[in-house]
Unconditional design. Structure first.
Lengths: 398, 380
């Protein structure tokens, strides 16, 4: 038992830090640190820079073009990236569909899709939820009917993040309606340029366009774009969700957010002194830091345990629950720190090209929107109540 | 980083687990708790034979040179078994203080005797009216020829009545809340002027109020340098707090097992009550709290051996605050999920709950340590 980093791990951290100093574009880091709106090119540009260094997929095994890093090495990488203000690597390709393709995809699918994901050539989005299938995901009704060498897909997906930017969507579709509802689901990879696909924006609570509805009308998908076996998609879907939950803990990003919270609490004034001097506010900051300290160790304990090789187990649900709660607490405290300057809604300040006069402190503009937006974290990726059901069933046998 | 335990650490845990299974059943423990001394000399001898009384001491003094993680594993098992023997007071707290601050002669006299199971010690430090403040010492030691005379009162001395010798903090200079001027002495519990008023604690343990009335001490009773004992006391308290954190995690693990078992066997409305989602989610919250607490107990154990004092204190306070909160919530939920059976004496859940509650109240509760941890934000 040793919580100190080894000499190798410290060397790894220095190498990552040096790489970030030399290669993370200042304009990108500025956008991230000031909570500006990121566009498609921002994410892809960063993915391509990482790829050039060979670090495009730090969570993948080296056989598929990943770094093959262990959990501690990945943790260090994520922490340093977050601290430097690197854009988050979106999970949909790297952390969600890629592990499924690696585990269940054909050699042709692996050879085609994986290199394009790591290189930042394809943008992936997720086609899981439907209006009538949220927490009860297996009751999905989007249908895929086999017609020779194609499936004909009809239906509607929702809560689709960044589908407006996407080249590909991975979809759960119904290929059989007999038997248990989990047994008639298949996993399809669909080119977003296929005729019959319509993407409609859903404007979120913060006024931003982050999510969409995706409609499928007689969309023809080649059978070769099915992953694994027909009607076995539920198995792959659960496998994917396990990987998604692990990433959602977001310890590195929360540590960076905590740092920002403390800086804001030192800058804001109350009763003629910094807000951090206020005992009640300081206790709140200390409380979320305690949670985060514990989660960092729990996170590493879970990921370095023996299930590292067979993918995350139901323990990942613990990480999702605590990680999302902490992210929400941090977002809420940052807004609370602003006092009455939580009120102004200065949308233009989120525009990277805007250089006007800030209302209140220059860090204020994105914080309330961020708080509202982050209520999503305990809802998405399987709501925290669903995660508790998973723990109750899979770990506790209830 | 490495999150594995060594093989010999796991083997020792196995041994303790077997001991608890064999000698520490619920009724056996209850009988012990109700006995005169509140613990078993026979168990203590077994602990000596197992080597755990020698664990944290240097080999030169009959010890096994273990670190705080070794102690964590012992304390976690003691938490699981609700062990009553004065391990924390003798081996961790007082013994740790002798190890860190004692002279060669004091170490040579006391540590092998602790390791052999022949000597019980207690630390009399906190005082009535001082709550948890570690530098608040009004007990006075004044020079008297070559030696000292000690006067004062000490509060809730853990396992104080069983101790053969008492390590007492007393002020040799300065005001009651000064950092400087605190000295440590080792006093024979039978010495004239030492008044020990022992009593049972809520959790089946023992503690004592101890008065010192003009107690005459030789110069050799002084531990470490005169007036400069506070750092060693705080180090020893941190060490004991880390041990209590581990004990709490053991008790939380056990209370969760008992509660889960109850959810699966107790039937209402024609089915096991564990089928009800309202109860399932409470149980899940308890498990998550315990895993997070386990992470913090590990942090405390690893950092308590650190030479970076600010890091040590900050980590230990973080762990004690967090575990105090989680232990409270896990304990209260466990009682609630047991229904009426949670508030009766005959099930172990009530006893775990009481121990968890009293651990929070010992050496600084969650609010106290959250405050200390938060204050570190001002200097960071």
């Amino acid at each position: 038992m040793d919580l100190d980093f080894t000499a190798e791990e410290q060397g790894h951290r220095r190498e990552v830090r040096r790489f970030l100093q030399d290669n993370l574009p200042a304009d990108l880091a500025n956008k991230v640190k000031h909570g500006k709106r990121l566009v498609r090119e921002d994410f892809l540009r960063w993915q391509q820079i990482l790829h050039q260094r060979g670090w495009g997929a730090t969570m993948w095994p080296s056989a598929f073009g990943g770094t093959g890093w262990n959990a501690v090495e990945q943790h260090i990488f994520e922490e340093e990236c977050a601290n430097a203000g690197a854009p988050m690597q979106l999970p949909f390709g790297l952390k969600m569909v890629a592990p499924v393709i690696m585990a269940f995809g054909s050699p042709a699918q692996q050879a085609h899709f994986l290199p394009r994901i790591v290189a930042g050539e394809d943008w992936w989005c997720q086609g899981y939820s439907e209006p009538g299938a949220g927490s009860d995901l297996a009751s999905l009704t989007t249908s895929a009917i086999r017609e020779g060498e194609h499936y004909r897909v009809n239906g509607q997906k929702t809560w689709n993040t960044y589908g407006q930017h996407a080249d590909w969507i991975f979809c759960l579709v119904r290929t059989a309606s007999e038997g248990r509802k989990q047994e008639g689901i298949s996993f399809l990879l669909i080119d977003m340029k296929t005729p019959g696909i319509t993407v409609r924006p859903i404007i979120m609570i913060d006024g931003e366009h982050e999510i969409n509805e995706v409609w499928f009308e007689d969309v023809l998908v080649p059978v070769e774009n099915r992953v694994g076996e027909e009607n076995k998609g539920w198995t792959y879907a659960k496998f994917l969700l396990g990987h998604e939950r692990t990433g959602i803990a977001g310890v590195g990003r929360s540590k960076a957010a905590l740092k920002q919270l403390k800086a804001i609490a030192r800058s804001e004034q109350a009763f003629g002194r910094p807000l951090i001097m206020d005992q009640r506010f300081r206790d709140r900051v200390a409380q979320v830091e305690l949670e985060l300290m514990a989660l960092e160790i729990t996170h590493l304990r879970v990921l370095t345990a023996d299930h590292e090789k067979r993918g995350p187990g139901p323990e990942a649900s613990i990480l999702k629950i605590k990680g999302s709660e902490i992210q929400q607490s941090l977002a809420e405290l940052m807004m609370q720190a602003l006092g009455h300057y939580a009120l102004p809604w200065q949308r233009e300040a989120l525009d990277p090209d805007w250089h006007g006069e800030a209302i209140g402190a220059d860090y204020a503009a994105p914080l309330s929107g961020h708080y509202f937006n982050y209520r999503k974290t305990t809802i998405y990726g399987g709501s925290n109540e669903i995660q508790k059901n998973i723990i109750a069933q899979m770990i506790l046998g209830l | 980083m490495d999150f594995q335990y060594r093989e010999e650490q796991l083997a020792q845990q196995d041994t303790l687990s077997r001991f608890l299974g064999r000698d520490y059943g619920f009724e056996q423990r209850r009988a012990l708790a109700q006995s005169e001394s509140g613990f078993s000399r026979d168990h203590w001898r077994q602990f000596a034979d197992l080597g755990i009384l020698a664990l944290p001491y240097p080999e030169a003094f009959g010890g096994l040179n273990g670190n705080a993680v070794d102690t964590l594993l012992v304390m976690e098992m003691f938490g699981r078994g609700l062990v009553l023997e004065p391990y924390l007071a003798t081996v961790v707290l007082a013994g740790g203080l002798i190890r860190d601050a004692g002279s060669q002669a004091q170490k040579a006299e006391l540590l092998p005797a602790i390791a052999g199971g022949e000597l019980l010690l207690a630390l009399a430090h906190h005082e009535p009216g001082a709550r948890y403040e570690s530098r608040h010492v009004a007990t006075a030691a004044r020079r008297d020829g070559d030696g000292y005379r000690v006067d004062g009162a000490k509060a809730v001395v853990i396992s104080g009545a069983a101790a053969d010798r008492i390590i007492v903090s007393a002020r040799t200079s300065g005001g009651a809340r000064d950092e400087q001027g605190i000295s440590l002495f080792v006093i024979d519990a039978q010495a004239a002027g030492v008044h020990v008023r022992g009593y049972p604690t809520q959790d089946g343990g023992r503690a004592a109020e101890i008065g010192f009335h003009d107690v005459k001490l030789p110069a050799s009773a002084l531990i470490g340098a005169e007036g400069a004992a506070l750092p060693a006391i705080e180090r020893a308290l941190d060490y004991a707090i880390a041990a209590l954190c581990a004990e709490a995690v053991g008790a939380m693990t056990a209370i969760n097992e008992a509660t889960l078992d109850y959810l699966k066997t107790r039937k209402q409305f024609g089915q096991p009550i564990g089928r009800f989602q309202a109860l399932q989610h409470r149980m899940v919250d308890m498990v998550i709290s315990t895993e997070q607490a386990r992470s913090m107990a590990t942090l405390a154990a690893v950092r308590v051996d650190s030479t970076d004092i600010a890091l040590r204190r900050r980590s230990v306070s973080a762990a004690k605050a967090y575990i105090g909160q989680q232990a409270r919530s896990v304990g209260q939920q466990a009682v609630q999920l047991h229904g009426g059976m949670g508030v009766v004496d005959e099930l172990k859940v009530a006893h775990y709950f009481k121990r968890l509650t009293m651990i929070n109240a010992t050496f600084g509760d969650a609010d106290h340590h959250l405050g200390l941890f938060g204050d570190a934000l001002l200097s960071a």
